[in-house]
Design a protein. Structure first.
Length: 510
């Protein structure tokens, strides 16, 4: 073991809290980017002459590259070192953002979005795994992951506000350029402040078959759901993508079970706590992604809010997430078992979602939307925090990058599934409502009213499904996650040494 790795227990990196600032800044940039571009999309589409059919590629190009390469990015972080991968990811993300902001045609735009996805796939797992190896004391870890969880959850809504301001008062191009200062500050800070613990790299040779199979399998899966949204579930290409994805991912699992140095060691996902976290988080993201989309449309099209006003309307959700994450989650995490935060957290969010099934054209913001968003934020913030921490807790340092990549993968795939699945449900409910009611609408204003009612009917139908999905996520969290309450102490250096260089984190009870 190296000198640094065997230093006295209880003497963690002195700069860890400064490092957290830069890691959180980078995470905020990646999360912001996911929603900020959605607000700018109509303006960018018009300026660059992108057709309605191709419009989805602004979102899809990013999702495919990001979702497909996350496992590879996590493994690269373990191999090259997390700090180096983190800084490289930031530099590449900034360059790709500059290219997107300067785009003169659709090809340049789609290419820049794919590049953002590639560098995001390096950046996201490196950020989370840096936290995992730097914060080893249970109480400190709870605080650090509370801040990280609040940003991961609330950043999307901040993106809506910032996207609204930039699009309305400046230009859509600034939704890309705004990433550059974030990336420069985070990269410079990380370079000077982060000291990665030594002896935590995984220098095994890269599992090339695993990289190819996992990347192609995840790309096929994400593209299958994206395609289902635009072309329907029975479309031959959609079905082909799902079949190809199943075959490729099954082959990936078989390869990983046999190779000497797997890309994704199966021990990372078969441990029941981590498996439960990945599954419940993925389901919760399905529900959340669909909701962001529907509420944005509801507020802008049905209620006639401006982009900026829409962004501000999401503020209670951010407040709820920050409170749930930093006040409830962080304070209780060292006192109660994680499942007692995750299960009830998802149920509180489901309660908020249940309120939103009451949406109508003239629903009052203060009476329904405000309390619903507060409950959603509180529930998600409370559940996300222990989930993020548990996903990398007890993992060997050499697997920290890949374990972090799995969290991001479950969220990314969950997002793609959520958007496609809930959109499809909403669209079919809207179509059947309009078909049933349009005959009775004689004047133009009555027909417009029926169409708006149809849209709201579609949203509420999809939100009912989201309620069910959150209840299932709560059940999975309570059933699978059986880790005990993390102790307030760290494992001693000697114990960690004998455990094959394992992280000095609280031991998980099995």
């Amino acid at each position: 073991m190296s000198e640094t790795a065997s230093k006295a227990p209880g003497a963690p990196d002195a700069n860890r809290w400064k490092a957290l600032v830069f890691i959180a800044l980078a995470q905020l940039m990646v999360v912001l980017d996911a929603t900020i571009v959605n607000i700018a999309l109509p303006s960018a589409q018009q300026d660059l002459g992108i057709s309605d059919g191709n419009r989805q590629w602004v979102v899809t190009a990013y999702a495919l590259a990001f979702g497909g390469l996350l496992l590879f990015g996590g493994r690269i972080a373990d191999l090259w070192g997390r700090k180096r991968t983190f800084v490289l990811g930031l530099a590449g993300f900034a360059a790709a953002s500059a290219l997107g902001g300067a785009a003169t045609n659709e090809a340049m735009m789609f290419g820049s979005r794919a590049l953002q996805g590639v560098f995001g796939a390096l950046l996201a797992p490196a950020a989370l795994s840096l936290l995992a190896v730097m914060f080893t004391d249970a109480k400190e870890r709870a605080k650090a992951f509370g801040i990280y969880g609040a940003i991961a959850g609330g950043g999307g809504a901040v993106g809506l506000i910032l996207g609204g301001f930039l699009t309305e008062y400046l230009d859509w191009r600034w939704t890309f350029f705004v990433n550059i200062p974030f990336a420069i500050v985070a990269a410079a800070g990380a370079w000077f402040v982060i000291r990665e613990p030594e002896g935590s790299r995984n220098r095994s040779p890269l599992d090339i078959p695993g990289v190819i199979l996992s990347t192609l399998g995840l790309v096929a899966l994400v593209y299958g759901f994206t395609r289902a949204e635009s072309d329907g579930w029975s479309d031959s290409v959609t079905v082909g993508m799902f079949v190809a994805s199943a075959v490729l991912l099954l082959a990936f699992v078989l390869v990983e079970a046999k190779v000497k140095a797997p890309l994704l060691p199966l021990r990372v996902v078969t441990e029941r706590n981590r498996g439960g976290v990945y599954l419940s988080l993925g389901l919760a993201i399905i529900a959340m992604f669909g909701l962001f989309l529907f509420l944005t449309y509801y507020l802008q099209i049905v209620k006639g809010y401006s982009p900026v006003k829409t962004g501000f309307a999401f503020l209670p959700m951010i407040a709820g997430m920050i409170t749930g994450s930093t006040q409830i989650g962080t304070r209780l995490m060292t006192r109660v078992a994680p499942r007692l935060l995750m299960g009830p957290g998802f149920l509180v969010a489901a309660l908020g979602m249940l309120l939103l099934t009451q949406l109508e054209i003239d629903t009052s913001y203060a009476a329904v939307l405000l309390p619903a968003m507060l409950l959603l934020g509180l529930g998600m913030g409370t559940a996300f925090m222990p989930a993020m921490s548990l996903s990398t807790q007890g993992v060997e340092p050499r697997d920290a990058g890949i374990a972090s990549a799995m969290v991001n993968t479950s969220q990314q795939v969950g997002g793609a599934i959520g958007t496609a699945l809930l959109n499809t449900i909403a669209a079919s409910a809207t179509t059947s409502y309009i078909a049933d009611h349009i005959a009775g609408a004689t004047s133009r204003s009555q027909q417009q009213l029926v169409q708006l009612e149809g849209m709201v009917e579609g949203y509420t139908s999809a939100i009912w499904f989201a309620v069910g999905i959150l209840v299932v996520a709560a059940a999975i969290a309570v059933t699978f996650v059986n880790a005990g309450r993390p102790g307030g102490t760290t494992v001693t250096g000697g114990a960690a040494e004998h455990a094959g260089d394992e992280l000095p984190v609280p031991v998980i009870a099995h």
